[in-house]
Design a protein around this ligand. Structure first.
Ligand code: HEM
Length: 200
């Protein structure tokens, strides 16, 4: 069954994943233009972009366990998923600076002081920056083993992103706990010993 799925996936080039990854953006644009984004369009756009970023971030973390645990091979899509996560975090930041803050830097600085969880989001983005910049083949070759070391940054980056999301809620919802649980599971699956578990 998994061999068949892996075989079928061989026909899906990574380039197609970049295109598929733009569907959520098209959907957000459509909702905005059609008036379906909600009573507060700024929050509607901002929140949806953040949520899509979270999907790609955790989706990216799920790729290695999916191979080890289930035998599902999505490794060649990992770069696309990571870059899409970065893309949506950048759009999320731009939505805040433009629609929410109106490019008023003083107001943005005051907002940062007022809502410290924004610092966590920005820290996550800063940690993702070197990963995005070194995601090309030339950097992977040039950095060699250091490239793998550098990619350890993905763990604090995703953790900060999830904590930022949980913190901005007044009370953590069931959905919030689900994301937190998913993060913990994805981290636990990487622990020595646990990472040898196989279901295939
Ligand atoms: C890895 C990085 C990040 C992730 C995964 C992320 C994710 C999220 C998510 C999922 C939400 C809430 C969505 C909802 O409730 O439906 C959110 C809210 C928000 N995020 Fe981020 N975010 C990140 C980085 C940033 C950055 C860099 C900024 C820029 C300062 C930022 C600013 C905000 C703001 C202003 C809100 C809305 C808070 C409110 O409504 O009170 N985030 N983020």
């Amino acid at each position: 069954m998994m061999a068949r799925l892996n075989g079928a996936l061989r026909r899906l080039p990574p380039g197609a994943v970049y295109l598929l990854g733009l569907i959520p953006l098209a959907w957000i644009v459509w909702l905005t233009l059609s008036g379906g984004i909600g009573a507060d369009p700024v929050k509607g756009i901002e929140h949806r972009l953040g949520k899509v970023a979270l999907w790609f971030l955790l989706g990216g973390l799920a790729i290695t366990p999916a191979l080890r645990l289930l035998g599902l091979n999505l490794i060649r899509y990992r770069r696309a998923v990571g870059l899409l996560a970065f893309f949506y975090v950048v759009l999320h930041l731009l939505a805040w600076i433009s629609f929410d803050m109106g490019f008023l830097w003083g107001q943005a600085a005051r907002d940062l002081v007022k809502r410290p969880y924004l610092f966590l989001g920005i820290s996550a983005l800063v940690l993702m920056l070197p990963l995005a910049l070194t995601s090309n083949n030339a950097s992977v070759r040039r950095l060699g083993r250091n490239w793998r070391r550098l990619h350890w940054l993905v763990y604090p980056a995703v953790a900060l992103g999830v904590i930022h999301y949980l913190w901005q809620m007044k009370v953590i919802s069931a959905e919030g706990w689900t994301w937190a649980g998913a993060l913990v599971v994805l981290f636990v699956l990487r622990l020595p010993g646990v990472n040898r578990l196989r279901l295939h």
